[in-house]
Design a protein around this ligand. Structure first.
Ligand code: MYA
Length: 169
């Protein structure tokens, strides 16, 4: 799995909660590569509400986690979240166009240190740091579900260490 020629990132799989177009309960993220970053816009609604008018914090964390899944596609690495930390800086307001940005800060063997931000216009709403661990196809076979065809190519052995990508805007 890799970004398309126009820079857009295909869904991880059709039913992915973050980006799958067939998941009616999903967030419907459309991600794209912008230089060494991945970006996506997100508008949350009443289905995602925590406090009145505010998005639930778990939804914000999910969006950032799936954004990191987009960074994996950009990097060509199959990996899973081992650790995700979110700093909530401002409420995520329902109905606002929010912008997600994610990048790889550092890699160390199987470990990918990813970072991301969520903005509402100029306001920083949330910052996230995550540790992803590269895995091979056996990891996903455990579910017993059928794997998407394109995952076979993505699930290659861990490659040489990735260069750090600069968080340049
Ligand atoms: C092509 C398909 C790809 C698809 C990709 C996903 C796309 C899907 C959509 C994306 C959606 C979004 C994404 C999702 O939703 S991913 C779904 C949510 N995440 C999971 O389900 C992952 C569950 N966890 C595991 O399966 C295992 O624990 C993993 C595979 C992560 C590691 O178990 P494994 O047995 O393999 O490795 P290890 O235990 O020897 O550890 C290796 C190294 O890592 C270090 N370490 C480990 N954990 C932690 C930790 N918590 N904090 C700090 N460090 C940690 C550890 O100390 C060691 O370091 P060192 O001693 O070597 O220095």
């Amino acid at each position: 799995m890799k970004p398309r020629a126009d820079g857009s990132i295909p869904p991880h799989q059709p039913n992915c909660f973050g980006c799958g177009p067939e998941n009616a309960a999903g967030l419907g993220l459309n991600m794209h590569v912008d230089r060494s970053r991945v970006r996506a816009d997100l508008v949350l609604d009443h289905r995602h509400e925590g406090a009145p008018g505010f998005a639930h914090g778990g939804v914000v964390a999910s969006a950032l986690d799936d954004l990191f899944g987009g960074v994996l596609v950009m990097l060509g690495r199959a990996a899973v979240t081992a650790n995700l930390s979110v700093d909530y800086r401002a409420p995520a307001l329902l109905g606002h166009r929010l912008r997600l940005t994610g990048w790889c800060a550092r890699s160390d063997g199987r470990k990918l240190h990813l970072q991301g931000e969520l903005h509402d216009a100029e306001t920083l709403v949330a910052e996230a740091r995550a540790l992803f661990i590269s895995v091979d196809g056996d990891h996903f076979q455990r579910s017993g579900a059928t794997m998407p065809e394109e995952w076979n190519r993505w699930l290659a052995p861990v490659e040489a260490e990735l260069p750090p990508s600069k968080p340049d805007i």
